[in-house]
Ligand binder design. Structure first.
Ligand code: GLP
Length: 246
């Protein structure tokens, strides 16, 4: 079962997870190795990225030996479009730290050959040595990455159809609700579960109901976050509001 880390605020959760990432980077660097970090988007990880930027600027934390893989990308968007996850990551993290951009990976939402793009993404993660730590948020449908219900335990990086609820939740980031893409490319459940460690962030009252489901329902495809119960080193970073129903 996931461990629960209870925080007094979103800021405190961000500080704890950022400090953990910083420790991992330094430990790996001391061994002459890269840290392979899986990253998430959405509003929840924003304080975490702000804290990592602060650690870089004020405490000299270097990301030169970090390789990143993002969970997902909208289909049909490229990095020049502000709603794309490539744009989000460059804006909130990559352009503000010293990571070489070629070491950052995000699925290509405009790929003409999706099958090949997805297989190459899986291969690149393997080639980097596998994910050391995967950061996750959680959607109201129980999705992790964009693994909407139903998502099988053995699913891998693939094209998915976005749930109507997810399109509604994410409409705030687009000019009009109809602009939210219908499809996305996401790492699969199996891809995520193969990470050596997982840190899921869920903060505030809107996450309470889905956190209860994720932790109390038996693992099943209709609530993909329940598969995290099968991971041996997964921590849910929660606050009083998001953990109130558990
Ligand atoms: C998007 C992302 C997910 C994220 C979810 C929750 O759909 N693809 O990776 O976890 O949103 O977002 P928020 O943190 O804004 O609630």
């Amino acid at each position: 079962m996931p461990q629960i880390a209870l925080h007094s605020s979103a800021q405190e959760a961000a500080q704890v997870v950022a400090r953990h990432i910083s420790d991992l980077i330094r430990t790996r660097s001391a061994m002459g190795k890269h840290l392979v970090l899986g990253l998430a988007t959405g509003s929840t990880p924003l304080p975490l990225y702000a804290e990592l930027v602060r650690l870089h600027r004020e405490e000299g934390l270097s990301f030169k030996k970090v390789i990143t893989f993002n969970l997902d990308e909208y289909e049909g968007l490229d990095g020049s479009q502000p709603q794309s996850y490539r744009y989000y990551m460059n804006e909130h993290l990559f352009n503000r730290i010293d990571i070489p951009l070629p070491q950052t990976h995000i699925p290509d939402g405009k790929s003409a050959n999706l099958e090949q793009t997805c297989a190459a993404y899986e291969a690149a993660i393997q080639q980097a040595g596998g994910l050391d730590l995967q950061i996750l948020g959680i959607g109201s449908t129980g999705h992790i990455g964009f693994n909407e219900p139903p998502s099988a335990r053995d699913s891998r990086t693939r094209r998915v159809h976005l749930d109507a609820k997810t399109r509604q939740d994410n409409a705030i980031f687009f000019k009009q609700p109809g602009d939210v893409p219908h499809g996305a490319i996401t790492m699969g459940v199996a891809t995520i579960l193969e990470a050596r460690e997982i840190a899921l962030l869920a903060l505030g009252p809107n996450k309470a109901a889905i956190i209860k489901r994720a932790l109390t329902e038996k693992p099943h495809a209709l609530c993909p976050a329940t598969w995290l119960q099968e991971h041996p080193a997964c921590t849910f970073h929660l606050d009083a509001a998001s953990s109130s129903l558990v």
